[in-house]
Write a protein that binds this ligand. Structure first.
Ligand SMILES: [Zn+2]
Length: 606
């Protein structure tokens, strides 16, 4: 059986010229060697597998070479070079700080530093993953780094520069290694493949390079893996099958469906993706990348940003012609929103599906979905409720006794709570139509919170800037929000909106704003929250702006039934909570599950 040497080792570059990527940095290093201006310590930073250690070794060899070429490369023939190449040189010492990070390890190294080289001029000490050294080891090393003997050169390498002590950083010349470009990796893999007699498809190498994310070592070990997996015939299908990557063909198909507004086909195709075991989150990330690639394929100027194999490039160009720039930008925005919300979502599949539906409804013409032969529109789910709301309130001068929200809320709402809300909603005089004009859209259905507003949902993404002005109109707007279904009220959200209201109060009410910031609303029921105040005057003052607060919160939290109860508790002044135990007891009173947690974890109060 042959001795198998992994490609990353077998094809480790032996000269600066064969190092892939890092061109600028290598020029600087070579110049330093040629001019003999060597520093005592270098710090090589950068991601893993991009050639830090390799460059350090080549550098060590070159500065010891007896017959340096005019380009600053080692000759590979002199005694020193041969010793280096055969890994028997005494002029190079490597310490992996990840596993040898104690003071003793460093002392051993320092002992070596004292001894001058027998052959050659310099001894090079490479400390890999230098940020892993213990603090004691760092300190032991610092002295030597400050005043090293003439023959000693240190090359420190790290993937995490921010973890290296500033005292070390300031003593080193710093070189930043960058990720290797995808095309460079592909080219290198192709060379290795031809030397190894392996047949490859360009698209397959692209996938490997993508997966390696700029690291040559990772790319080569993946390549080795693929060679053995595909028995020396590295095909695109073989690679994606083995790496469990979704065929890019799917993204092309999805985009075609979006452009043709085929909603049901999109859903079916997504189902297929899930059934093949792919994760929805990855899918949406890659779909975003695909749309971005389409966008850059539209213009010759941005075409170089497209990192795909030549045969796929043509496909991108073709599909990009079918999509308008507007469509692509909106689509990327939608996907990106989905991506951002994905982790927090409780129903991830639905989130992706909604995004896909919205994508299928984008036309690219702009704000309005094309009429006539445009896409099939899904009927808004809450049309009825809104229609009822607008007919029940034809005249907006009518007093708010029967608030439009009461009509708009589902019939299941208990009568009692509806009555509770009405006396407080003194300011709700605007009709739903007013509110709609305020929001600047001509759409009747604003089921914004649910996100199932299949028509407006898309527009929401596009017109995100507009609702801001609405939110800012706390003190001006008296219109009642069109709330088609009340959303549950969460205490966290309530507090955020509470503070938001306080910050948005005008200057002349800054005293109130300050007081409100110090108060904390607590939910007493599903929709009622309490504010406890220890000062009668403040309580009265708060009472006067109560309708405004309620109105604001109802709008912001999309719940028409929110009410505020002010509790005056003057005893609070005499008993403030100081100690941690008291704090805990109070918290426990509010949340009994804390007690359970305390017992479960067997915690003691101190
Ligand atoms: Zn040499």
């Amino acid at each position: 059986m042959d001795n198998f040497i992994v490609s990353a080792r077998k094809y480790r570059p032996a000269t600066f010229d064969t190092v892939v990527g890092q061109k600028a940095l290598i020029v600087t290093l070579k110049n330093a060697i040629l001019t003999g201006k060597l520093a005592h310590a270098y710090l090589f930073c950068g991601p893993r597998g991009v050639g830090k250690t390799t460059c350090a070794r080549i550098f060590a060899k070159s500065i010891n070479c007896e017959h340096l070429t005019p380009e600053g490369e080692a000759c590979n023939e002199c005694e020193s070079c041969r010793a280096f190449n055969e890994q028997r040189s005494y002029n190079i010492h490597e310490l992996d700080a990840a596993s040898n990070n104690s003071v003793d390890d460093i002392r051993e190294l320092i002992d070596q530093v004292r001894i001058p080289p027998q052959i050659g001029r310099y001894k090079v000490f490479i400390i890999d993953e230098v940020h892993m050294l213990s603090t004691a080891a760092f300190n032991a090393f610092l002295k030597t780094l400050e005043e090293p003997p003439r023959h000693a050169i240190f090359i420190l390498a790290t993937t995490e520069r921010h973890k290296v002590l500033p005292t070390i950083l300031s003593r080193c010349q710093i070189y930043d290694f960058t990720r290797i470009e995808l095309n460079d990796i592909v080219e290198h893999l192709a060379k290795v493949a031809s030397k190894e007699g392996v047949t490859t498809e360009e698209a397959a190498l692209h996938i490997i390079a993508q997966k390696a994310d700029g690291g040559m070592r990772d790319a080569l070990s993946l390549f080795d893996q693929m060679v053995s997996y595909t028995a020396g015939n590295v095909t695109y299908q073989g690679v994606i099958g083995s790496l469990n990557i979704l065929d890019y063909d799917y993204y092309f198909r999805f985009t075609d469906l979006f452009v043709e507004h085929k909603i049901s086909e999109t859903m079916l195709l997504f189902d297929e993706v899930l059934r093949r075991g792919f994760d929805g989150g990855n899918f949406i990330t890659n779909l975003t990348a695909h749309l971005r690639d389409l966008l850059v394929s539209r213009e010759p100027a941005t075409l170089p940003l497209l990192e795909v194999s030549t045969d796929v490039r043509e496909r991108y160009r073709e599909q990009a012609q079918k999509c308008s720039e507007r469509f692509l930008i909106h689509a990327i925005k939608l996907c990106n929103d989905c991506d951002l919300n994905y982790r927090a979502s409780k129903n991830k599949r639905l989130l992706v599906e909604l995004t896909l539906i919205q994508l299928s409804q984008l036309t690219g013409e702009g704000d309005e979905i094309g009429s006539g032969r445009g896409p099939k529109r899904l009927k808004p789910l809450f049309q009825k409720a809104v229609a009822a709301a607008s007919t029940s309130q034809p005249n907006n001068s009518k007093p708010a006794q029967t608030a439009p929200t009461a009509a708009a809320t589902p019939a299941s709402q208990p009568q009692g709570t509806a009555q509770q809300t009405t006396p407080t909603s003194t300011s709700g005089t605007g009709s739903p139509m007013d509110r709609l004009n305020l929001s600047g859209t001509s759409h009747k259905v604003t089921t914004r919170p649910i996100g199932i507003s299949l028509r407006t949902g898309m527009l929401r993404g596009v017109q995100e800037e507009k609702p801001k002005s609405q939110a800012a109109s706390v003190n001006v707007s008296t219109s009642q929000p069109v709330i088609t279904e009340d959303l549950p009220v969460a205490e966290d959200g309530l507090r955020i909106c509470w503070k938001q209201f306080a910050t948005e109060l005008p200057k002349e009410e800054s005293a109130m704003s300050g007081r409100m910031m110090n108060l904390r609303p607590y939910l007493a029921s599903d929709t009622e929250f309490t504010i406890t105040i220890d000062n009668k005057l403040v309580a009265q003052e708060l009472h006067t702006i109560k309708p405004r607060i309620e109105n604001y919160l109802r709008q912001q939290m999309q719940n028409s039934r929110i009410t505020m109860r002010i509790i005056l508790d003057e005893t609070q002044t005499s008993h403030r909570i100081y100690s941690r135990v008291e704090q805990y007891q109070m918290l426990e009173k509010r949340n009994p599950s804390l007690k359970k947690l305390k017992e479960l974890l067997d915690l003691d109060l101190e």
